[in-house]
Design a protein around this ligand. Structure first.
Ligand code: AMP
Ligand code: TRP
Length: 339
């Protein structure tokens, strides 16, 4: 399966009537570099050009998180993280999925047009079955149907996500087509929008950065934690001696430098000529990541200390979306013979 990918137009090419974009993120407890470089940077950039809706998907999180207080805390932390990284409630709508319960009603309706075989072959379902063999709940199987409902309830056409979401997006498109075949044209077919870093590798240099793999660099961690995480990164494994030339194309540390300074080509040249060693290149990357996220970290700590501000923003976001959700639900219920 390949997802249709929309290149986000430059501001000058933005359409006159602004397309709607939607994305969802799990309240996973931390924001890592993969989340920011792979998706959140695009959330921030696109809010200026599009009508943007961003959702913290607590219903989805229930498929793996079963501690009520922890879920509530992580939901607040994710909201504070997104605001600290630059989401501006004046320019986008940020809300919590369960505050607009119409998402689950639409998910049920979409489930009735979705063959189980499509869900069973979803790669993330297969992964989750392995990760939590004692808790293969129905929510894990139905997960992509709820994801499709999240997007289409607002008739969004563009979805900024990392590459790991490509299969889910393709499934959303298939569900939309299945709905249209039965009940007629109703929704746009959503397209994924990727950043220049659609897959950020973890500190092991092999697998994608992911909290469940324990290979993350956490953007709001204390400086000494970030430094430790960066210094633990696996670099070019063929560069054994300090005098061996490095291969920046395959070195994860060099690749990450691309996002933290305009001089990355000079850094790459230093590696290639063995003028610099991996340890120097990592130390420089750690300094730059810490410096880059310092203002956001300060804002995050401020927001976490005043949860009522964050909660107010989330409530307002969900309220703002009520009419749009109600309108889609009325149309869908009518088309399906429920009214
Ligand atoms: P999640 O924490 O799984 O809800 O992911 C939030 C967003 O970050 C999604 O759009 C993911 O596709 C994106 N993302 C997560 N991990 C990575 C990664 N290692 N590289 C690129 N994007 C990622
Ligand atoms: N499945 C996404 C993830 O794990 C989260 C998500 C839920 C989402 N609903 C969505 C992403 C709708 C984009 C659009 O990251």
């Amino acid at each position: 399966m390949t997802a249709a990918v929309a290149a986000a137009p430059a501001p000058s090419e933005a359409p006159a009537s602004r397309a709607r974009i939607f994305s969802g993120i799990q309240p996973s407890g931390i924001v890592h570099l993969g989340n920011d470089l792979g998706a959140i940077r695009n959330y921030v950039r696109l809010q200026w050009e599009y009508e943007a809706i961003y959702c913290i998907v607590d219903y989805h999180a229930l498929t793996s998180t079963h501690e009520p207080e922890l879920l509530r805390q992580r939901t607040r932390e994710m909201a504070a993280s997104l605001l600290a990284l630059g989401l501006d409630p004046e320019h986008c709508t940020l809300f919590v999925q369960s505050h607009r319960p119409e998402h689950t009603e639409l998910a049920w309706l979409l489930a009735t047009v979705t063959p189980v075989s499509w869900l069973e072959r979803t790669p993330t379902y297969k992964e989750k079955r392995e990760q939590q063999p004692h808790d293969i709940n129905d929510g894990l199987l139905t997960y992509p149907v709820l994801q499709a409902a999240d997007i289409v309830i607002y008739k969004a056409s563009l979805v900024p996500v990392g590459k790991d979401q490509a299969a889910h997006l393709e499934l959303s498109r298939e569900i939309v087509r299945a709905f249209h075949n039965r009940y007629g044209e109703t929704f746009p077919e959503p397209q994924a929008v990727f950043t220049e870093a659609p897959v950020v590798l973890g500190t092991d240099g092999v697998r994608k950065m992911s909290k469940s793999l324990g290979n993350t660099i956490d953007v709001f961690a204390a400086p000494e934690v970030i430094r430790k995480q960066v210094m633990s990164m696996v670099t070019d494994t063929k560069r054994i001696l300090r005098t061996d030339p490095g291969r920046p194309e395959i070195c994860n540390v060099c690749q990450l430098h691309r996002f933290f300074g305009p001089d990355y080509e000079e850094i790459w040249e230093g590696e290639r000529s063995a003028r610099t060693g991996c340890v120097d290149t990592k130390a420089l990357l750690a300094d730059r990541i810490i410096r880059h996220y310092a203002p956001a970290r300060e804002k995050y700590l401020e927001l976490i200390a005043s949860p009522e501000r964050v909660e107010g923003t989330l409530e307002e976001g969900a309220d703002r979306l009520r009419p749009m959700a109600a309108e889609t639900m009325a149309e869908v219920r009518q088309k399906m013979g429920l009214r």
